[in-house]
Design a protein around this ligand. Structure first.
Ligand SMILES: [Zn+2]
Length: 128
């Protein structure tokens, strides 16, 4: 199953590039704040970054990796654990980890293993 993982590859193509996650960790997308939605390359990078499931570090580049052992349930469990840890005992009822995992898998599915992608708000595209 193809998933998105943090990568330092193709970093430096944009001045806004950042990679402080762990190479190879699963990543997810946070909903951009209003500021980043209006100005993706502005003061807040939440609309152009992927967030690491383990480190919670961010990266502007992610790689498609075809990992046999990862299932939808695994991906959802990782996201659920990450999300629950972040909200630290607060409300978790609004977060659907399985739906988010499905969204990420749908992004990765048509792309070739090893392709590097970047994000701009709600779009993920191949980085040239
Ligand atoms: Zn933001």
């Amino acid at each position: 199953m193809k998933v998105l993982v943090a990568t330092g590859r193709k970093q430096g193509a944009r001045p806004s590039d950042i990679m402080d996650g762990i190479e190879g960790e699963l990543v997810y997308l946070v909903d951009p704040c209003p500021t980043s939605r209006r100005f993706p390359y502005g003061p807040c990078d939440c609309g152009i970054t992927f967030r690491g499931c383990f480190s919670e570090g961010v990266t502007t580049t992610a790689m498609v990796r075809d990992i046999d052992d990862v299932t939808l349930a695994d991906y959802a469990a990782a996201l659920d654990t990450t999300h629950n840890a972040r909200v630290n005992g607060g409300c978790t009822c609004g977060f659907d980890a399985r739906a988010h995992a499905r969204r990420l898998l749908a992004i990765a599915a048509p792309l070739r293993d090893g392709i590097v992608v970047e994000r701009c708000v709600d779009r993920v595209r191949v980085r040239r």
